[in-house]
Design a protein around this ligand. Structure first.
Ligand code: SAM
Length: 308
């Protein structure tokens, strides 16, 4: 199989492409979902494995991704958040699928597009929305969230070591001048940089991005729908870029649910109903060769499971 079909490298280079296809173990006449269509790199490859009976649904909440939609009658682009997976599949008359792929986070296009506000390198409004139909932006968060909530976000989503000091400073600074732009925000908090400035700002921006787009909430809702949608023998493949997400995926695939231990059984000793057979004890990570071609694949972790 030729894996050099990068359909749209200027928009996004697909990460762990061969590994994701191997993980999906595609049935030529099956129904597949790409939850994170982006530049369509993974979707192009899925289509190449399907025969004329096969179907592919590609979700992306960013309207920019729609322009990459594939001119193929087996493909349907769904311009919505994957947290509504089941609802939109039902609208298309689909109740079960053979494989689901999610390649989480932002695309290179989103990151590199100066006006979107995702990058620390370009001045722009503090936006960071993947879906411009939603109202919450990074500006709203910085100018309105309570100090404790800000601290939680920076520490959980960005692993910012001085999250508490940063949150405190933001609340003081915004009372004088509300935050509006990337450069304005960077200048205002510049004195708080700890360690390597590029790395520190990247962590702060990552935390804001994850909160703006409720990335962990959407992943949680997606995973909860998978047992009902995936047919027995069907595969789920998830590529994540954040340890928090990887942990959520790992735990969900192992237990088949997110529920806390019940009161009758506070130690969780009763067996959970296993829904999946995990095929990756340890996550698959990019090879040195892939990292040489695409350094942005650096923190990718891929997990595969099969519905029982
Ligand atoms: C890492 S890129 C995927 C790239 C794609 N696999 C490719 O080969 O080009 C992630 C994409 O998923 C989209 N996305 C992220 N979270 C989403 C969500 N909750 N619902 C729908 N789309 C989402 C982003 O807008 C972005 O275009």
């Amino acid at each position: 199989m030729n894996y050099m079909r990068d359909s749209n490298p200027a928009y996004h280079i697909p990460v762990l492409l061969r590994e994701a296809m191997d993980g999906l173990n595609i049935r030529a006449g099956g129904i597949y979902v790409d939850c994170t269509f982006g530049g369509g790199g993974h979707s192009t490859e899925i289509l190449a494995h399907l025969n004329t009976e096969g179907r592919l649904f590609g979700f992306d909440q960013d309207t920019d991704a729609k322009r990459n939609s594939l001119p193929d009658e087996r493909f349907v682009f769904i311009p919505h958040n994957f947290r509504h997976l089941q609802r939109f599949l039902r609208l298309h008359g689909v109740s079960g699928v053979d494989g689901i792929l999610a390649d989480l986070g932002v695309s290179s296009h989103q990151f590199d597009e100066p006006t979107r506000g995702f990058s620390t390198r370009s001045d722009a409004n503090l936006d960071m929305r993947m879906d411009n139909r939603q109202s919450l932006t990074a500006e709203n968060i910085l100018n309105s969230y309570a100090e404790q909530k800000l601290q939680h976000i920076f520490s959980m989503y960005g692993e910012v070591t001085n999250a508490k000091t940063l949150a405190k400073a933001i609340v003081v600074l915004r009372n004088k001048t509300p935050f509006r732009t990337v450069n304005g925000f960077k200048q205002a908090i510049g004195a708080l940089v700890k360690g390597n400035p590029n790395r520190w700002f990247a962590q702060v921006f990552q935390a804001l991005r994850i909160e703006v787009n409720d990335e962990t909430g959407a992943l949680h809702e997606l995973l909860e729908q998978v047992p009902a949608i995936l047919k027995p023998g069907g595969r789920i493949v998830i590529i994540s870029f954040h340890s928090l997400e990887d942990r959520m995926v790992k735990q969900f695939l192992r237990k088949g649910h997110f529920e806390e231990k019940d009161e009758q059984d506070p130690f969780g000793s009763s067996p959970s109903i296993t829904q999946f057979r995990t095929l990756t004890k340890k996550p698959i990570t990019p090879s040195e060769k892939e990292l040489g071609r695409n350094p942005r694949a650096r923190s990718a972790k891929l997990r595969i499971a099969e519905k029982i």
